[in-house]
Ligand binder design. Structure first.
Ligand code: GLA
Length: 379
C-alpha cells in the first residue's frame, strides 16, 4: 500500500498543518461479473492495493485537492451546482454532494491523495477513491455515522450522476466492506452478504494486467446494462435475476441477437456463481477454475466485453495448466484473474510475460493478490 507517511508529509508542506489519513482498497472478483446491476450475486474481495487520502477540514466552503500521482491540483466549492470539469475531481465532488444529500454537513476541506491501485486494470481504482473520500467525510463531518452500504451507494451514485458510468454496487461495496483473508458473497438485490474465509490450500490468485486500458466512461458498459434492462422489461421482471431460462427461450424470437446473448450470459453467470459457492464448500478449486473459464467464454462471445489481449492471456493460462482464468471487472482491457496451483506460478509467470510480449509487443504486469481490509482510518 502507498506509504501514508509520505502523503502526510505532502499534506503538511502544501497546507501547513496535519491531516488524518484514510485508506480504501481496490478489489478482485472471483466470479459473478456484470451480475450486480442485474440484481444477482458477486464474489469480490478487497486487495492490499489502496487509495490513501489525507484530509483535514479547513473552515471554509472550498475543497482544495491535490492528486499526487497525477501531480494535479484542483479546487471547488461544496455549494457549486456544476462542480469541476476534470474527471479526477468529479469523483470527489460527486461524493461531497451525495453525502450532503444524505444530510451530512460537509464543509470545506483540504485533501492530498494517491495510491497503488493500477488505473484501468479493472481493479476499481475509481471506486477506491470514492470509498476513501466517503469514509473520510463520514468520519470528519457526520454527526451520526452513515452505515457502510449507504457509503457504498454514495460512490455508486457518484459514478451514475457525476461521471456517467451506470455501474452496479460491487466495487464500492467491496472497497468498504472488505476483510483480510475473506471473500464476500453479496446478493446485490437484497444487499445481504456473507464473508467466506479464503485460504485455498496449495493455490494462489494472480492477476495478469494486459496493460491495455479500458474506457468505461462512454457507451459500451452502459449499453450492456441497457440490453439487460430491455430484456428484463420484456420478461416482466425487475432485473434479469428474476428471469428464468424458460422465459428467455420464450422471448428469444422477439429479441435482437445481441440482447439475447447478453441475457444468456447473465443467466449462465448466475448458475456459475452458484456452482462456485458449492465447489468452495468442498474446497474443490479445480471445479471453481472450470467455472472461471466458462465465465470468460461467456464474457467474450456472448457479452462481448473482452478483447484479443485478454482472450490470449486466458488461452495461455489454459495451455499452462492454470486451474481457472478469466477477464475481470467491466472489461475492454485490464486484468485476467488466475487461480493456479502454487507449484505452477513460476512457469506460468515466465510463459505469460514471454508469450504476451512476443504476440503484442507489450509487457504484461503480474500482480499477486493479497486479500486485505476495506476502508479504514490509518492515523
Ligand atoms: C465494473 C462496475 C461493477 C461491475 C463490473 C462487472 O467494475 O463498476 O459495478 O458491473 O464492472 O462485473
Amino acid at each position: 500500500m502507498t506509504d501514508s507517511k509520505i502523503l502526510k508529509e505532502h499534506f503538511r508542506c502544501r497546507f501547513g498543518k496535519e491531516g488524518v489519513a484514510y485508506a480504501a482498497p481496490g478489489r478482485i472478483n472471483l466470479i459473478g461479473e456484470h451480475t450486480d446491476y442485474n440484481g444477482g450475486f458477486v464474489f469480490p474481495g478487497a486487495v492490499s492495493q489502496a487509495i490513501v487520502a489525507v484530509v483535514a477540514p479547513n473552515g471554509s466552503r472550498r475543497v482544495n485537492a491535490y492528486a499526487k500521482d497525477l501531480d494535479l491540483e484542483g479546487s471547488f466549492s461544496v455549494d457549486d451546482d456544476k462542480g469541476p470539469e476534470h474527471l479526477t475531481f468529479r469523483y470527489l465532488y460527486g461524493v461531497v454532494r451525495e453525502m450532503m444529500k444524505l444530510g451530512v454537513a460537509v464543509g470545506g476541506f483540504d485533501v492530498v491523495y494517491g495510491g497503488d491501485v493500477p488505473l484501468g486494470a479493472g481493479m476499481s481504482s475509481s471506486a477506491a477513491l470514492e470509498s476513501c473520500i466517503a469514509f473520510a467525510l463520514n468520519d470528519v463531518f457526520a454527526a451520526e455515522r452513515i452505515d457502510g452500504m449507504t457509503l457504498a451507494r454514495v460512490g455508486q451514485a457518484t459514478e451514475h450522476c457525476y461521471v456517467g458510468v451506470k455501474c452496479g454496487i460491487m466495487d464500492q461495496f467491496a472497497s468498504i466492506h472488505g476483510r483480510a483473508g475473506h471473500l464476500m458473497r453479496l446478493d446485490c438485490r437484497s444487499g445481504l452478504f456473507q464473508y467466506f474465509p479464503w485460504h485455498p490450500e496449495g493455490y494462489s490468485l494472480l492477476l495478469v494486467n494486459s496493460c491495455v486500458k479500458h474506457e468505461l466512461v462512454g457507451s459500451p458498459y452502459n449499453e450492456r446494462r441497457e440490453s439487460c434492462e430491455r430484456v428484463a422489461r420484456l420478461a416482466g421482471v425487475e432485473t434479469l435475476r428474476d428471469c428464468t431460462w424458460q422465459k428467455l427461450d420464450e422471448l428469444a424470437p422477439h429479441l435482437s441477437d445481441a440482447d439475447y446473448r447478453r441475457a444468456r450470459y447473465v443467466l449462465g453467470e448466475a448458475d456459475r456463481v452458484k456452482a462456485v459457492s458449492d465447489a468452495l464448500v468442498r474446497d474443490d478449486y479445480d471445479a471453481v477454475g472450470q467455472q472461471m473459464y466458462l465465465t470468460h467464454q461467456g464474457l467474450s462471445y456472448d457479452y462481448e466485453v473482452s478483447c484479443p489481449e485478454l482472450d490470449f492471456l486466458v488461452d495461455l493460462a489454459k495451455r499452462c495448466g492454470v486451474a481457472g482464468s478469466r477477464m475481470m471487472g467491466g472489461g475492454f482491457g485490464g486484468c485476467t484473474i488466475n487461480l493456479l496451483r502454487d507449484d505452477l506460478v513460476g512457469r506460468f509467470v515466465e510463459a505469460a510475460q514471454r508469450e504476451y510480449r512476443q504476440k503484442f509487443g507489450i509487457e504484461c504486469k503480474i500482480i499477486p493478490v493479497e486479500i486485505g481490509d476495506g476502508a479504514r482510518k490509518i492515523s
